[in-house]
Design a protein around this ligand. Structure first.
Ligand code: 5GP
Ligand code: ZN
Length: 141
């Protein structure tokens, strides 16, 4: 199976690497939403967030917070988005799990304006119950 992010981990693929530890690597996104837009990935391959093993998940989150703070200090953005796209409907294009760290600036013209929905009577409870039932059946697994 070929994966361009696995190629970056192995050194076959080139990237502007920012940070690396035993289980994660971070590099600049080749098509940034703003300059400095970075990606953090586990060195092990997981298609997306759903299946990342605990040990890699905690390392990736720690690396993401570390790099976020370094981007904050070095680029002085007005804000930072941390995003993970999972599945094509959510915008995922590379199926090796990654967090995006996107520095944001006032008037940077990057807009994300969804149409918010309203829960009708009882619908909020219905959705909460569906999710809680999955939580209950996952407990202890
Ligand atoms: P996704 O759409 O899966 O959430 O994000 C994939 C990201 O990877 C995109 O923002 C895209 O610009 C970036 N990307 C795709 N190919 C490469 C590459 O070869 N090198 C780097 N550095 N970034 C890449
Ligand atoms: Zn991979």
């Amino acid at each position: 199976m070929s994966c361009i992010f696995c190629d970056i981990v192995s050194g076959i693929g080139k990237a502007e690497i920012l940070f690396e530890d035993d289980s994660t690597i971070s590099f600049l996104d080749i098509r940034p939403l703003n300059f400095g837009h970075s990606l953090v990935i586990p060195k092990n391959h997981y298609n997306n967030f759903y299946d990342v093993a605990d040990k890699d998940l905690s390392s990736v989150i720690k690396a993401t917070q570390f790099l976020t703070n370094c981007i904050k200090t070095s680029l002085n953005p007005d804000g930072i988005n941390i995003i993970s796209n999972n599945g094509s409907s959510a915008g995922q294009t590379i199926y090796h799990f990654h967090f995006h760290i996107i520095p944001r600036f006032k008037n940077d013209h990057f807009t994300f304006r969804p149409q918010f929905k309203d829960y009708s009577e009882g619908l909020m409870k219905e959705f909460a119950e569906k999710i809680r039932s999955a939580i209950d059946s996952s407990k202890g697994k």
